[in-house]
Ligand binder design. Structure first.
Ligand SMILES: [Zn+2]
Length: 291
């Protein structure tokens, strides 16, 4: 009996100190959660930063991870709409379904840019109806997004609510300092992007953007569009076009040929390996990429 009691006691105390298992969609989101959650959470990311989050698949290993999670955190603003709802459904974990305490969309505490006005339909391309979801490239917006993590973790684990708030305050300071540091380094040239996923980065540092090479989000631009944009960009003194590795190669080459403007291919999310392994490293890489 005495042995059983001590065993129960051990089991109980292990449980009391068990970390909250958080599954994030992207490494950037995982970094925010880790910063806010500290030692009370165990965080992993489904994507590694190399997969385009607009077009990921509902993979069996994602479903398994979500099945075992206490909390699921995503960018939101419909960025992961093509696959995350399927993963959540198949994972059949009541704790993390939309509306449950363990469901967390960081975009909820961010004021998005480019909220579309007027009627939205498929003919306009893959328009994000709640505004541009690519806020993770602005350290200050990323900082704002942490408020939602504080809210969710404090609800799931009220005993550590004060820790979460305290960690969040340090995270905000860290992001503000990073922003200041990058702002001092950034070259103020005219920029462009292939898809509107660097918009927040440009906006954060006051870089003047001539827009995107894509006319409709998620749809490759026509030959006419490429020629027109190249001509206008050249006349406008655009210095560089930012694109990710998932942008069509030939289109970028054609644009470069016609305009003479340099195209840089850089990640738009934190990567699990390589030289953009953290928010800070990614910011440094992007700032360095401006010619
Ligand atoms: Zn997008």
């Amino acid at each position: 009996m005495k042995q059983l009691l001590s065993l129960l006691l051990v089991l109980f105390s292990v449980n009391a100190f068990a970390k909250i298992k958080v599954v994030a969609t992207l490494p950037d989101i995982a970094e925010v959660v880790k910063s806010v959650g500290g030692d009370n959470v165990e965080v992993s990311s489904l994507l590694t930063g190399g997969t385009d989050p607009h077009f990921a698949d509902a993979r069996p290993d994602y479903i398994l991870k979500v099945n075992r999670a206490d909390v699921v955190c995503s960018v939101g603003l419909d960025l992961e709409i093509g696959w995350l709802p399927k993963v959540l459904e198949k994972a059949s974990n009541a704790k993390v379904q939309p509306g449950s305490p363990g469901y967390c969309e960081l975009g909820k505490s961010v004021k998005p840019l480019e909220i579309p006005t007027g009627v939205i339909n498929r003919s306009l391309g893959d328009v994000h109806p709640h505004g541009n979801p690519h806020f993770t490239l602005d350290p200050l917006k990323l900082s704002e997004s942490g408020a939602e993590v504080v809210r969710v973790l404090s609800e799931v684990d009220a005993a550590h609510a004060a820790d979460y708030q305290k960690n969040y305050d340090s995270f905000k300071k860290k992001m503000a300092a990073l922003h200041e540091q990058m702002k001092a380094k950034v070259k103020k040239v005219k920029v462009m992007e292939y898809h509107k996923e660097f918009t927040y980065f440009f906006n954060s540092y006051g870089l003047e953007s001539a827009g995107s090479l894509e006319e409709k989000p998620g749809m490759p631009p026509s030959a006419t569009r490429i020629a027109e944009v190249a001509k206008a960009a050249k006349a406008n003194n655009v210095k560089v076009l930012f694109a990710t590795a998932s942008a069509p190669h030939k289109t970028l080459e054609r644009f470069q040929e016609l305009s003479g403007i340099s195209v840089v291919t850089v990640p738009s999310y934190v990567q699990s390996s390589g030289d953009a392994k953290s928010v800070e490293a990614l910011q440094n890489l992007l700032v360095k990429s401006i010619p």
